[in-house]
Design a protein around this ligand. Sequence first.
Ligand code: DP6
Length: 334
Amino acid sequence: MKASAIANANIALVKYWGKRNKELMLPQTGSVSMTTDGLQSHTTVEFDLKYPEDILVVNGKEYNKGDEEYDDYVGKFLSVVREITGNQTRCKIVSNNNFPTAAGLASSAAGFAALATAVNEALGMGLDKEQLSMLARRGSGSATRSIHSGFVEWHKGEEDDGSDCMAKQLFTPEHWPEFRMVIAVTTKNDKKIKSRAGMAKTVENCPYYSVWRDEIVPRDIVTIKKAIAERDFRTLGETAELNCLKMHATAMTTNPPIIYWNAGTIDIMHAVMDWRDEGMQCYFTIDGGPQVKILCLEKDALEIANRVKQFPNVEDIIITKPGKGAMVTDEHIF
Ligand code: DP6
């Protein structure tokens, strides 16, 4: 009952920001993302009677019952797995990310997509890709999208029990191989407010939330799907950048306010807009953290990376493209 899996982080082009059911992890809206190439989480899980309690080790750090990472995330996820399978055996999970954890680089998406894939294999659950995306969702909403490769849509579903809430692939990575994201890491520190808490507060009291949910996201999903289908970079970039700003506008106008950006984030946002004015094809998107993801095409990616390198507050730069979905691997970490 041991298995390992690898999954990549995904970056939303139309963001998920808010749940309608916290226990079942059902979102208020749909969302659209790109699964990245190489921003990966490698996870091994072993269910065995030799473990009196679950053991979780992420990037070399152990978490136990009583730690937020275990109680609110992995512990809850394992309860769901035990409810579905009826198997109460405890397990050891070791997971390594090759990118900054919990700083707006979707580490929970890669982590839970890998964990769901490994658990499915270890316990012989026999789930297909769409069922796997539903299982991954119970760990972290955005993880539902990392099960698939390339461009992905998470359908919010209509049912109260979440039975139609899953991610489906829109296009494989080969559909748009020139698409790139240049990620500027402006800090490797953990963020203060996790997306989960930030979006819950936003749903609770942002005065503009209903506009985001009922008007902006449904419209942006239609626009961005068409732009991806037609490889229309300009429409995609404009829609994704504005969608990101509108998401952050809801967070900022929540009480107490949630501001994920630091000085480096804002410097790069201005630079991207200036470069665009000069004729460069580039747009930005930002998640629940201070990192900036610059959307561009292969022909400009290195030039953009070189320009971003000049900023004193940029600690790291990662260039990524449409990548693979979650998969089982024979390589066990322990
Ligand atoms: C801003 O998936 O991390 O990255 O479902 O509570 O685990 P939980 O939240 P999470 O939120 C991601 C929010 C986002 C936008 C997105 O990825 O769509």
